[in-house]
Write a protein that binds this ligand. Sequence first.
Ligand code: FE
Length: 345
Amino acid sequence: MMPPRLSWLISATAALAVSMPVMSSSLAASEEVNLYSARQESLIKPLLEDFTKETGIEVRLLTGKADSLLQRLRQEGRNSPADVLITVDAARLHQAQEADVLQAVESDVLRENVPERYRDPEGMWFGLSSRARPILYHKDRVDPDELSTYEALTDEQWEDRICIRSSSNVYNQSLVAAMVATEGAEAAQDWATGIVDNMARPPQGGDRDQIRAVADGVCDIAIANTYYLGLMLDGEDDDREVAEQIGVFWPNEDGRGTHVNISGAGVTANAPNRDNAIRLLEFLSSTEAQEWYAEVNQEYPIRDDVPASDILQGFGEFKADDIELYRLGNHNAEAVRIMDRARWR
Ligand code: FE
């Protein structure tokens, strides 16, 4: 129970804020929002500073690995100081939702800014940036005319020529989950088995390592997220030299399109600063924030009215799989089983 004097203080303060606009900036300075982010600090800090400048709300940022942040939220339970969780991949957002650490949010701004397929239908989470997972190929050793679909990569022609990371990685789990949702479990199983047959080496490393392996001649084809290639092209000389050898092929153009996923955020179940949390999410979906994401992290804005970076535009236009991303989480467990059965390490 709140002591009566404290509740009086709060309502008096609220009244002051309305009747004395001069006071509002100093009052706002005591406002805060606590953010748990699975994205590294450099990928979000400048945006948070802009948010504070614009709203007077201080942001306290805690960064960590996606799984440990979720674990922490679970353990803290009702006592968690967190207001917002930011993480990557719809499967992880779904996981957080299933763990009951998020709450539903009603916001016209978010509904307007975030396309339906990039948010949870109940408002438990919202996409903030998107990334595609197309086929990457070595420009000298592969003619793009030989490429067509993800499925066609299981043809004999590609035996010992494909690099892709481990099945423990959520990006591949979601890629297979999308296949389960649209093509069915049997087709997804055939695909996973066929890809394992055509791997040039047992899965190792992250997406960047697959891109480097293509450049090094270990393999001719990789499947990886677009921002890794974009960041390499935008990076140091060594990285750029590698990335310039790589072409982007948009698969399944005549079918469901290229697999796309998101980074996203939700308001935590017991957010002490719920209103500020919603304001932060709304800010992150604003034109200004979306432009920043596109330029700094080479991700696609979730909004059609914000252009992608020049580098991403250089990869060409493509058809994105328009599956509602909340469905991926439902198929995650099956996707993992399918990859296990295929002995995809
Ligand atoms: Fe990543």
